[in-house]
Design a protein. Structure first.
Length: 335
C-alpha cells in the first residue's frame, strides 16, 4: 500500500505540473482580449508626386484599462485570390509605408476615450503613377526588427493613387460554378468569376449574373461583388455570388430521413433542365466592361422519383376505378 500511495502522489504531482505548464503557455501566448476600434478601417487617398497630404486615423479604447499603442507601417500585396492582404514583417519596406510620417508611440488612450492620430504622407517627386498600398498598424508593443513579438494589432489599410498616367485594364480569366460542376440536384448554386487586373490601379468590378432556362426565359438575376471589394494591380481576385431560393434543411439521421430532407430541399429550391448563366461586370469608371458565360444542368432526382411514384399510383388507381365504373355500367345495362 505505501508503494501504491507513493505512485499516486507522483502521478498527482506530474498532473499538477502539466496543468500549471499549460496555464503558463496559455497566459504567455494568448494575448489579453482587447477591443480597440479603428476608423476608418480602409482609406482611399489621392496623392500627387512631390507633395504632402495629411489625414487622421481615429482610435477608440473600448477596454476597461488604459492602453499604450505603438505604430508600424508595412506595404501589403494581395494574398492568393481571396483578396486577403499579405504583409512582410521580415524585410525592409520600400513603397508607400516609407512615405508615412506618424508618431511612433507610445500613444496613451484612457479607457472609453478616443484619440486622433495625425498622419502625413510625403510623396516622393519620382513616385510612379498608379496604386500604392500600405497598412498602418497599432500594436501593444513597440516594433522590433528580427524578433518575434506577441502583441495585439489593429490596422487600417491605405489604398493610395498617385496622379499621372493611369491605365485601367481588366479581364475575366474564368467564370463558372463552384467546383466547375456541370450538374446539380437543386439550388443554391455558387458562381465564381476570376477577375484579372492588368492595370496600374486597383479596381472594384461589380455586375450581375443573368440566369436563363432551356427556353431562353430569364429566371433569376444575381448581383456579384456587392461589397465592392478591390482587386490590386497585377493580381487576380475571385468573386462569388449565390443563386438561392429558400433555406436548406440540414441532413443527419438514417437513410429515409436524409432522403426526405433532400426531397424538401429540392422542392423548395426547385430547378429542372439546362440553364445558362451570363456574367456582365464593369469597374467604377466604366472604362472596363467584361463578360462571361457558363451552362449547367439541374436534375432534382429525389423530387422526380417521389412525383413519379405518386403519378404511377394515381394512374393505377384511376385505371382500377375506371374498370369498376365500366363493370357497374354493364351490370346496370343488363338489368
Amino acid at each position: 500500500m505505501p508503494e501504491d500511495s507513493k505512485q499516486l502522489q507522483k502521478l498527482i504531482s506530474a498532473l499538477t505540473v502539466f496543468v500549471l505548464a499549460l496555464a503558463a503557455v496559455w497566459f504567455l501566448l494568448v494575448p489579453s482580449a482587447q477591443a480597440i476600434t479603428i476608423s476608418p478601417p480602409t482609406m482611399e487617398i489621392a496623392l500627387t508626386a512631390g507633395q504632402s497630404t495629411k489625414t487622421v486615423v481615429k482610435l477608440y479604447n473600448e477596454t476597461p484599462e488604459t492602453v499604450q499603442l505603438y505604430t508600424e507601417a508595412r506595404d501589403f500585396t494581395a494574398k492568393g485570390e481571396t483578396g486577403q492582404p499579405a504583409f512582410d514583417f521580415d524585410t525592409a519596406s520600400l513603397g508607400l509605408s516609407t512615405w508615412l510620417q506618424i508618431e511612433t508611440g507610445p500613444i496613451v488612450i484612457e479607457s472609453g476615450q478616443r484619440a486622433e492620430v495625425p498622419v502625413t504622407i510625403n510623396v516622393p517627386a519620382d513616385a510612379s503613377p498608379g496604386g500604392h498600398y500600405a497598412s498602418l498598424f497599432f500594436s501593444s508593443s513597440p516594433p522590433q526588427e528580427g524578433q518575434v513579438r506577441i502583441s495585439s494589432k489593429v490596422g487600417t489599410l491605405i489604398l493610395a493613387q498617385v496622379a499621372g498616367d493611369i491605365f485601367e485594364r481588366g479581364s475575366i480569366v474564368e467564370f463558372g460554378t463552384a467546383g466547375n460542376k456541370s450538374s446539380f440536384t437543386r439550388l443554391p448554386i455558387t458562381f465564381f468569376a476570376r477577375f484579372q487586373n492588368s492595370g496600374n490601379i486597383h479596381e472594384r468590378p461589380t455586375g450581375t449574373i443573368v440566369i436563363t432556362n432551356m427556353f431562353g426565359r430569364e429566371v433569376a438575376k444575381v448581383d456579384i461583388n456587392v461589397r465592392k471589394a478591390a482587386t490590386l494591380p497585377d493580381s487576380i481576385r475571385k468573386y462569388e455570388a449565390v443563386w438561392e431560393k429558400s433555406e436548406v434543411v440540414g441532413g443527419g439521421g438514417n437513410f429515409f430521413r436524409n432522403f426526405w430532407n433532400e426531397y424538401t430541399n429540392e422542392r423548395k429550391n426547385f430547378g429542372l433542365g439546362r440553364y445558362r448563366a451570363s456574367l456582365s461586370m464593369t469597374n467604377e469608371t466604366e472604362t472596363i466592361r467584361v463578360s462571361g458565360q457558363t451552362s449547367f444542368w439541374i436534375f432534382p432526382w429525389h423530387v422526380l422519383l417521389v412525383w413519379s411514384i405518386v403519378a404511377i399510383v394515381v394512374i393505377i388507381l384511376l385505371i382500377i376505378l375506371i374498370r369498376k365504373y365500366n363493370r357497374w355500367i354493364l351490370k346496370r345495362a343488363q338489368k
